[in-house]
Design a protein around this ligand. Structure first.
Ligand code: NAD
Ligand code: DAU
Length: 352
């Protein structure tokens, strides 16, 4: 049994689905608060799967987390739960401080108490895996080398500052209390079940709905795109073989300016689902006001995880983005549920 937090979100949901695809994989207790970003429709294929136990709750709830740990005795915690959207953190940082910092603090404290009471063997097996972001390293210039694990932390947004704080707590719980932790810092994920407030799903859905494709500033900001399935396989490797107290950067070796990403999506849609007027979806591109404090470039040097754990992403950007666009075309019901909010009704019906 492992305890996953935030497993109804984009990456956590993909992780749970990938994990349980394996015939002999351990069961999962999935603790998720179901904020606007949590969506049980993502997990609907697990409705009758006894290996998945969904618990609606907050990682900041000490009594609940302790109860789950004692009841299910997981041999690992994988912490995905977070407020994850930079733009929302600019509008209102409070929830980011609450969940990303205080929530992680609570999980660490509950884990420490639980781990301290395990047998010597149980203690040796146990892992606290903290999922974090490359944004903690700040912004790169066009010529800077990619982020390595030894870069200093220079977070620039309320979101990245809250994630940086949580990483520091995780590190301190290892050094001070010996809690067996590993941390991964990954680049921008994309793929199925991505909530359409983030660039790639937003552009796909706006394009199909005849809406503007908003590009912040000059569109030359660079992100390093990682297919979510590759992120999941990397986490499995780190969980299985990562050295305690270490951090591992996970990236896709796919640096792209935003404008190029958007144009690529338009080209794929032009091919797979042409506009009825025969024009390109690229006609819908619109440059809008920039994000305040917008980081110019992120790039991950994923050399350490390759050298030490033998992990490399399987997807290129070309293969991953094509799969992703196709997934959104093939899954209108999921999209409709998210957009209309009807997945919340589904949740009531299924789990109340
Ligand atoms: P997401 O916003 O899609 O999902 C977050 C999930 O956490 C949701 O299901 C939400 O309901 C749940 N949640 C929020 N607050 C909670 C709380 N207090 N208690 C329990 N559950 C709570 O996020 P994501 O994109 O899947 O990101 C997952 C993790 O990966 C986050 O920690 C994020 O910082 C990190 N990350 C994301 C990316 C990316 O590109 N999406 C890149 C690097 C790192
Ligand atoms: O780097 C990892 C991070 O990637 C994660 O830690 C975050 O949780 C995740 O949300 C993501 O953050 P970004 O801010 O990079 O992702 P987002 O999809 O919001 O934006 C990607 C880029 O596209 C960024 O440079 C801003 C730009 N953008 C975004 C939106 C939503 C636009 O130009 N227009 C838009 O409408």
């Amino acid at each position: 049994m492992i305890l996953v937090t935030g497993g109804a979100g984009f990456i956590g949901g993909n992780f749970v689905l990938d994990w349980l695809k394996r015939p002999v994989s351990e069961a999962i207790v999935n603790l998720d608060k179901l904020t606007y970003a949590g969506n049980l429709a993502t997990l609907s294929s697990l409705r009758d799967d006894a290996r998945h136990v969904f618990v609606h709750g907050d990682i900041g709830d000490k009594a609940l987390v302790s109860k789950l740990l004692n009841e299910y005795q997981p041999r690992a915690i994988v912490n995905f739960a977070a407020e994850s959207h930079v733009d929302r953190s600019i509008h209102g940082p409070t929830e980011f401080i609450q969940t990303n910092i205080m929530g992680t603090f609570n999980l660490l404290e509950c884990a420490r108490e639980y781990w301290g009471a395990l047998s010597a063997d149980g203690q040796k097996q146990f892992r606290f895996h903290h999922v974090s972001t490359d944004e903690v390293y700040g912004s790169l210039s066009a010529t800077d080398p990619a982020f390595s694990e030894t870069n200093s932390y220079e977070p620039n947004s309320p979101y990245s500052a809250s994630k940086a704080a949580s990483d520091h707590l995780v590190r301190a719980w290892f050094h001070t209390y010996g809690l067996p932790v590993v941390t991964t810092n990954c680049s921008n994920n994309y793929g199925p079940y991505h909530f359409p407030e983030k660039l790639i799903p937003l552009v796909i859905l706006n394009a199909l709905n005849g809406k503007p494709l908003p590009i912040y500033g000059d569109g030359q900001q660079v992100r390093d795109w990682l297919y979510v399935g590759d992120h999941c396989s990397a986490i499995r490797e780190v969980l299985a073989k990562g050295v305690l107290g270490e951090t591992y950067n996970i990236g896709g070796w796919n640096e792209k300016p935003n404008i190029e990403v958007v144009k690529t999506i338009c080209q794929i849609l032009d091919e797979l689902k042409p506009r009825t007027d025969g024009k390109s979806y690229a006609e819908q591109i619109t440059f809008v006001k920039d994000r305040p404090g917008h980081d110019r470039r992120y790039a991950i040097d994923a050399g350490k995880i390759e050298r030490e754990l033998g992990w490399r992403p399987a997807e290129t950007f070309d293969t991953g983005i094509r799969k992703t666009v196709q997934w959104y075309l093939d899954n209108p019901a999921w999209v409709e549920g998210v957009v209309s909010g009807s997945y919340r009704d589904w949740l009531q019906k299924q789990y109340s």
